[in-house]
Design a protein around this ligand. Sequence first.
Ligand code: APR
Ligand code: PHB
Length: 409
Amino acid sequence: MGSLRTQVGIVGAGPAGLLLGHLLHLNGIDTVVVEARSRDYVIDRVRAGVLEQGTVDLLVALGVSTGLCRAGLRHEGLYVTFDGRRHRIDLADLTGGKAITIYGQNEVVRDLIDARSATTRPLYFGAEGVSVHGLETSKPVLRFQHGGTDHEVHCDFIAGCDGSHGICRPSIPAGAQTVYERVYPFGWLGILAEAAPSSDELVYTYHERGFALFSMRSPRITRLYLQVPADEPIESWSDEAIWDEMLTRMTTRDGWRPNVGRILQKSVTPMRSFVAAPMRYGRLFLAGDSAHIVPPTGAKGLNLAASDVLVLTRALRAFYEQGRTEWLDEYSNVCVRRVWRAQRFSWWMTSTLHRFPNESAFDHQRQIADLDYLTSSRAAMTSLAEQYVGLPAEVSFESAGLQLHTASR
Ligand code: APR
Ligand code: PHB
């Protein structure tokens, strides 16, 4: 049996766990990160790719922005299409110069794993049978098997960064948390295609046949999504059928359409909104998808994980440097406020841009009116823009031990 001691045991090496590990490292706080999957699996997993301005600033302040500055695509606007017409929303103009950056989540994860490796602090990939114990005590324990050996990590705190299917949230006794959930009656079929993006900016499309989204990963790779029925098997979509439907929904009256190319990857993702609160039980703190899921329409998932771990770092730093516990006590309240605002935005984007199976003619006309108002009122566009680029963080970088350097533009 291997027995280790650390300050914070981190379960999960997704964006939440890796960002937290690095933030704590910079504050001189020791961590052990335990990940169920292999390194390659974690890096190759295709996920979303929109970074809010604050997330970009955080990666820069953390010193893990070389790849981001080289390959990230800064977008100062986006398009919303309905009735075959594209309308541009100028994010930078409406928010005093803020923007979003397109940089694949898997690239963020790769950069953070490299940064972790350089610190030589432990990160176990392929851990099996991960479990957490003694959460109500001041010495919680993390157990797992790795390479055929049992390991036990004695911690001061455990951070549950193990996503929506992890073990940390289910380790909290029933009744200690309230769960809020909405499941949508559709999913997104996503593809990566070997095709140069035909627009410099994202295009969100509302079409009679359902939602579609144009995005990208690089000057050679286009990323596209289609609304499909929930639980749609990906096998029922040939590449030809996917392109037919993409072009039908996305081609605008002025002739704009995505470039077609070889499909490199395709999958269907279900859509739901989910919050479990409080995000703390005893010495276990949940961060990221383990505590909340947003539908991808608002592109908020990774960004919420980043803001959670900033708040948690502030609290742990105050505990270790000054023996203060009030920010640990406030952790959940501070995070949940921002989580609900992002939930509201993601729900609104989702309800406005998708077709619903049982919608009435009234609902349909209301959606069109919503989009008409959005694309013709500066006030409505400003509201979308400030939420899309990201509402302000609840805590400062300085309070989490970081200096603020804004991203080079
Ligand atoms: N033990 C150890 N690790 C686990 C376990 C377990 N029992 N269960 C899951 N994990 C790992 C997963 O393999 C994954 O690498 O925890 C990690 C959780 O990462 P994410 O799912 O990426 O969640 P998070 O870090 O909170 O990032 C949130 O990522 O999934 C997207 O849409 C989400 O963009 C959002 C962001
Ligand atoms: C993506 O590029 O993967 C992406 C962009 C915007 C979204 C969701 C996903 O709302």
